[in-house]
Design a protein around this ligand. Structure first.
Ligand code: PMP
Length: 394
C-alpha cells in the first residue's frame, strides 16, 4: 500500500536544530527552537518538579488506569490556576490531555462534532501546527489580521473588524498570552473589546494558553482568558504545562470547555470523553501528577512560582538588553519592540536573506520567518548579537 504515499514535508524547526548541532563554530547562537533555556543554554528541570517527583516515587501505590479525563486533582488545580473565580465550575469541564497539542486536537474534534466543517479563524501569523491540527479535525481554516510587520505590534483595529464580521458558526483561535511566533500581545483594554465582540457575534473562542506565566505573571497572563469566559456563554481553552512547568516531554496539558449551563456541559463533555476514548483512551499520568503535587502543596507551589518569576524576569531582561544594545548602536528605536514584546518569542520582521545571512556569516540561528527565542540570547554577548543584526539588515 505504501507506494501510494509521497514524502510528507519535514519539520522546519527540527531541521534547523540539526543544522545548528552540526555547525562547528563555538560562538554560534541558537535563537531557534521553542524551549526555554537558562544562562547555560540548558532547559532545566525546575526544583519544585524534582521535589514533587521524588515525593511521588516514594509515595506511589499503583499504576492502574486513571480514567478518560485523567488526573482529577490536576484538573481542579489547573481550573483554579487558569480561571480563578471567573466562571461557575458547574459550567466547566476539564480533561487532562497530552500537552497543549493534544488538548487542541481534542477540542478541535469537539468543535467538528458540534459544527462539522466549521471555519476556525487563526491569527496571521500563528503557531504553524494550528492549521494542520484543525484540518485533520475536519475544520476549515481562515485567518484574521494580527501582526503589523512595519510596527511589529498588533493590527488591532483590523483584527477587531474581522472578528466583528464573524457569526455563530465560526470559531476564533486566540493566543491567551505570549503570542507565538510574534511576541506581540493584546492589552487588557483590547481583550475587553475582543470579549465584547465575541459576546455580540456569538463566535466561539478557542484560547490556546501554552505560556501562562511567561509574559507578565500568572494572573496578568490569565486576564484575557478570564475576561473572555466571563463574557460569553461558551468557550474552549487548551492549556499546556510544557513551558511553565518545564515538563515538555511528559506531555501534559488540559482541554477545558465552558458551556452555557451544567446540562449542556455534561453533554459536551460526554462527546469529549468519546473523542479521547477513541484517540488515545487515557492521558499519561506522570506530568499531571507532578503538577497536582506542586499546585496542592503551599511550599512547593511557592517554590515553583518563584522559579517561574525568575524565568520570566530573565527573558524580559534579555529583551531589554538586546533592544538597548541595538538602540545604542543604530541610534534608532526601530527594534525597541523586542523590549515591549512578551513571552519567549519575537518576530523580528527581517527578510529571508537577512535570516540566511545571519546563519551563514555569524552562526546566528533563527526560524526562517525571523522568529527569535529570547531565552537563547547570550547575556554576555548581547553586543555581538546586536552588531550582527544591524549588519544583516543594512
Ligand atoms: N500552542 C502554542 C502556541 C505553542 O507554541 C505550543 C508549543 N510550541 C503548543 C501550543 C503546544 O505545546 P505542547 O504540546 O508541547 O504542550
Amino acid at each position: 500500500m505504501f507506494e501510494t504515499l509521497t514524502q510528507a514535508p519535514g519539520d522546519k524547526i527540527l531541521a534547523l536544530m540539526g543544522e545548528f548541532a552540526a555547525d562547528p563554530r563555538t560562538d554560534k547562537i541558537d535563537l531557534g527552537v521553542g524551549v526555554y533555556k537558562d544562562e547555560n543554554g540548558v532547559t532545566p528541570i525546575m526544583s519544585a518538579v524534582r521535589k514533587a517527583e521524588e515525593r511521588m516515587l516514594s509515595g506511589a501505590k499503583t499504576k492502574t488506569y486513571l480514567g478518560i479525563s485523567g488526573n482529577k486533582g490536576f484538573g481542579a488545580a489547573v481550573l483554579d490556576l487558569v480561571l480563578g473565580d471567573a466562571v461557575a465550575r458547574n459550567r466547566v469541564r476539564i480533561a487532562q490531555a497530552p500537552g497543549g497539542t493534544g488538548s487542541l486536537w481534542v477540542l478541535m474534534q469537539l468543535v467538528n462534532r458540534a459544527r462539522p466543517g466549521a471555519t476556525i479563524w487563526l491569527s496571521d501569523p500563528t503557531w504553524p501546527n494550528h492549521q494542520p491540527i484543525a484540518e485533520n479535525a475536519g475544520l476549515k481554516v481562515a485567518s484574521y489580521p494580527y501582526f503589523d510587520a512595519a510596527t511589529r505590534a498588533v493590527r488591532f483595529n483590523e483584527m477587531l473588524a474581522a472578528l466583528d464580521a464573524l457569526g455563530r458558526d465560526d470559531v476564533v483561535l486566540l493566543h491567551g498570552c505570549c503570542h507565538n511566533p510574534t511576541g506581540a500581545n493584546l492589552t487588557n483594554a483590547q481583550w475587553d473589546a475582543v470579549a465584547a465582540s465575541l459576546a455580540r457575534t456569538g463566535a466561539l473562542p478557542l484560547i490556546d494558553l501554552a505560556y501562562l506565566g511567561f509574559g507578565d505573571g500568572l494572573a496578568e497572563d490569565a486576564y484575557g482568558t478570564r475576561k473572555v469566559v466571563e463574557s460569553v456563554p461558551e468557550a474552549l481553552i487548551a492549556f499546556s504545562g510544557s513551558k511553565n512547568f518545564g515538563l515538555y516531554r511528559e506531555r501534559v496539558g488540559a482541554a477545558i470547555l465552558v458551556a452555557r449551563d451544567a446540562a449542556s456541559a455534561d453533554i459536551a463533555n460526554s462527546q469529549m470523553m468519546n473523542i479521547i476514548r477513541a484517540s488515545y483512551s487515557q492521558p499519561p499520568d506522570h506530568g499531571a501528577e507532578i503538577i497536582r503535587v506542586i499546585l496542592e502543596d503551599k511550599d512547593l507551589r511557592a517554590e515553583w512560582e518563584a522559579e517561574l518569576d525568575l524565568t520570566r524576569a530573565r527573558m524580559i531582561r534579555l529583551r531589554e538588553k538586546l533592544a538597548e544594545a541595538i538602540r545604542q548602536r543604530s541610534n534608532s528605536k526601530d527594534f525597541d519592540f523586542i523590549g515591549e514584546h512578551r513571552g519567549m518569542f519575537s518576530l523580528l520582521g527581517l527578510p529571508r536573506e537577512a535570516v540566511d545571512h545571519l546563519k551563514v556569516t555569524n552562526g546566528v540561528y533563527m526560524i526562517g520567518d525571523s522568529r527569535i527565542n529570547v531565552a537563547g540570547i547570550p547575556e554576555d554577548r548581547v553586543g555581538v548579537l546586536a552588531d550582527a543584526l544591524i549588519a544583516a539588515i543594512k
